[in-house]
Every structure is written in structure tokens, then in C-alpha cells.
Design a protein around this ligand. Sequence first.
Ligand code: MF3
Ligand code: CO
Ligand code: CO
Length: 268
Amino acid sequence: MFDSKIIIKSREDIAAMRKACRLAAQTLEEAAKLVKPGENTLAIDTFVHDYTIKHHAIPAPLHYHGYPKSCCISINEVVCHGIPSKSTILKDGDIVNIDITSILDGWHGDVSATFYVGKPSKEAINLVETTRKCLEIGIAEVRPDARLGDIGAAIQEFAEGRGFSVVRDYVGHGIGREFHENLQVAHYGRRGHGLRLREGMTFTIEPMINAGDWRLRILDDDWTAVTLDKKWSAQFEHTLVVTENGCEVLTAFSAPLANSVTPAGFKL
Ligand code: MF3
Ligand code: CO
Ligand code: CO
């Protein structure tokens, strides 16, 4: 049965995963400092690659199903899986998601955040801060006996209540020794429906929220997902484990991220 393939992690497994997740979060904290107008996305990818190797880890995206780079960098109307390139230059006012997955001692940690390049517009702030909140409220639903539908419903309600749409084509996923394990976390759904969560399950929540319609298309490179209507999209992601009372965010940051701080006085 589908559910029986979900791998429950032991205390030792979680301790090992925590290390991979900490490294992924730390790599993102450092990569965040490179986000500025004029920077090309290949330079960020090269930093992520070298930092990962220096810490005795492997960048999971590299060669994953043929993916050519070490992380995904997705600007504005790119929803996810943007491929870093020397000719892709960050410019003032852009929003950019950097998605990093590290493999350390055979375990995966997957984390992403959306950053402001220079000075953001009000519309950009509204989209990014709504998406940040979507991840937070999704995480707040996680505890033993909660249902996957509770997570999706909470996120969908919040995003749609603010006039945004939730991407359907990509979902959060089980994670552990594999990058994508057998559990799917839709960021939309119905309360009380779906898989029942159990202590020791490890998965990501990674809502992609669009300013316009949720529909996407894939560019000719076979990876880059962009919104059909070219309106902007934001995403945040954490890897977490279900604990006795709730959950532990394994990819938590040690300090607020550079260039991804909620503007002072901003209220949703
Ligand atoms: N990090 C992405 C996720 O959150 C997956 C990227 S797959 C890649 O699941 F091949 F594009 F790296
Ligand atoms: Co990711
Ligand atoms: Co993921």
C-alpha cells in the first residue's frame, strides 16, 4: 500500500538528518549574502557547489534526473527549477528563490527561501510575505494524528484569501536517504482528509504561491517552470520531522536571512 512505503525515521536517523539539514540551511544563509543587483546566478550556484563540497557533502540537484547545476535559482515569473546561468543577472526589484539540497553522510536536507534584490515593490512584498506566512502556517499544522489535508487547506485558505493562487504541479515530499520519498504534501486540500501524520515522518513543506493564475508551463530546457500568465511566483521551503508534540524544523536558520527580511511595519 502507498502508506506502508513511508519510512519512519529512528532517533539516530533524525540526528544524522539534522546535520544534513543544518548544512543546507547554513549554505543558504551564506548564499543569501550574494543576492544583489548585477550578480549572475551561476556565481551563486558555484558558491553553493564549492561550499557544499568543502563541508564534505554533495549538492543533491547536480545530475539528479539530468539536472545540470547544484541548486535551483528562480526569478520573478519562474516558479521553480530555474537553472543557474552566467547570462541570468539579478536586477533591482526582482524576487529570487534559491533552493538548496545537501547530502551529508547519505542523508538529505532541502531548504529554500525567496529574496529581495535591491528595493522591492509593494506588490512583490505582499507576494513574498504571504508565501513566507504560508510555510509558517503549514508548519503549525504538523503534529501526530493531523492529516496532510490540514496542511494544504491552511495554506490554500490563507493564500487565496489574499487573492493569490497555489501551484498544483509541485508538492512537498518525503525526504531522508532519498531526495524525494513516498509522501506528497499538496499545498492545497481539505481539512480532515489525506494521510495521517506519525512521529518520525520527515518531509518538506514548500508552497509556491502565484500572484496570478496557478497554471505553469515548462521551458524548452525541460526544467524551468514559469507561470503561464507571466505574473510572479514566490516559494519558501523547510525540511521537518514530526515529533511527539508537533514538529522540529530541521532546516531552521541560525539568524534572519540577509535579503529576506519582512520589511519593518509590514502587516499582512
Ligand atoms: N529542491 C527541489 C525540491 O524542493 C527539487 C529540485 S530537483 C532538481 O524538491 F533536480 F531540480 F534539483
Ligand atoms: Co527544494
Ligand atoms: Co523539496
